[in-house]
Design a binder for this molecule. Structure first.
Ligand SMILES: [Zn+2]
Length: 338
């Protein structure tokens, strides 16, 4: 881990010395892409930055596109309405292609609930590669990126619905060739589209290092990158060091029973002046292969009351649940010009 920290801090020094951290410019419109099209990023409202309206995670890859839609809607829509009534305006859906992404279904849920829903492009490399299609092994990172760029430009599965971010994943252990290639394809896609790259990384610090090396190779800022499941890593100090370089830290495992843990994580970010780099969510699922709902409302029923007790102002809460995802997912190329 020390090696990773040294490596990251060297790059950070270069960025600071050369004054090359990216800045917002007025010329770039801040927008996000929902399943209903482009929206001003400032209109995002309270946002859950990593959930699943439905998924078929666990099924064989060839079966993951099929849902019993009538039953799905009867479970998902009432729950999604309840979540909306609690104050949620936008949900980023992390169900990737090949484990259950169906943008037509997401659009119906959005129509029925009024929630803004954002879907993704990319390929999920974790779960021992079971959701990687065969072609990904034969194609180059440029060819894979071309597929994702095409979804960005022309829409997904003929629907005209465009992705709002790139979803990728690393398995545990030393980063594999395929997971690394998929990430490189994501970085190439970012350079063409400005889509943010959200990567299931968990506690895999070797994967953090590999990703930073590839970001650096393409001169893409860590501002374009979300460390998904960062809360799986115990060392909050390390998360702070990555946040201070611009990486987005996704604390996406909130449950009713773990609010104390999340309060102490947030305290560390508040003390370090880095609350503006935190994304909060549950990684819930309203239709996990048709099973019981894995809830995504504890932030509103449990964590926010605890935050208020701990002195978080409404402004601070708004920053974490609205301003941060607005910034993180704004479609914008984040290039380091050294
Ligand atoms: Zn997830």
């Amino acid at each position: 881990m020390r090696h990773v920290l040294v490596r990251l801090s060297i790059w950070m020094s270069i960025l600071l010395l050369t004054g090359c951290l990216p800045e917002d410019t007025d010329e770039q419109l801040s927008v996000i892409h929902t399943v209903h099209g482009q929206v001003d990023a400032r209109e995002i409202g309270f946002t859950l930055s990593h959930e699943h309206l439905m998924s078929n995670f666990g099924m064989p890859i060839e079966e993951t596109f099929e849902y019993g839609e009538t039953a799905l809607y009867s479970q998902v829509i009432p729950y999604a309405k309840k979540v909306k009534e609690l104050g949620v305006n936008t949900i980023f859906d992390y169900t990737a292609n090949y484990f259950g992404r169906r943008v037509d279904i997401l659009k119906t849920i959005s129509d029925s609930t009024g929630l803004q829903i954002v879907t993704n492009t990319g390929i999920y490399g974790a779960a021992d590669d079971r959701y990687i299609p065969d072609y990904a092994y034969h194609e180059t990172s440029e060819e894979l990126a071309a597929r994702w760029i095409d979804e960005f430009r022309n829409g997904i599965d003929g629907t005209g619905i465009r992705p709002g971010f790139i979803k990728l994943a690393f398995d545990d252990g030393e980063p594999s060739e395929i997971d690394t290639k998929l990430f490189e394809a994501g970085v190439i896609t970012h350079l063409e589209t400005g889509l943010t790259i959200a990567v299931h990384t968990g506690s895999n610090l070797a994967a953090v290092q590999t990703q930073f090396e590839i970001l650096e190779k393409y001169s893409v800022s860590p501002e374009a990158w979300i460390w998904t499941h960062a809360n799986w890593h115990d060392d909050t100090g390390f998360l702070l060091s990555v946040a201070s370089m611009g990486g987005w830290i996704s604390l996406d495992g909130v449950k009713e029973e773990n609010t104390d843990e999340f309060i102490s994580r947030l305290e560390a970010f508040r003390d370090a002046g880095l609350l503006h780099k935190v994304l909060l969510s549950h990684d819930g699922d309203a239709w996990p292969m048709g099973g019981e709902i894995r809830p995504f409302h504890a932030i509103f029923t449990h964590l926010l009351p605890a935050m208020r007790e701990n002195g978080y102002s409404e402004n601070a809460i708004h920053q974490i649940l609205s301003d941060n995802p607005s910034q993180a997912y704004s479609i914008k190329k984040r290039i380091i010009d050294i």
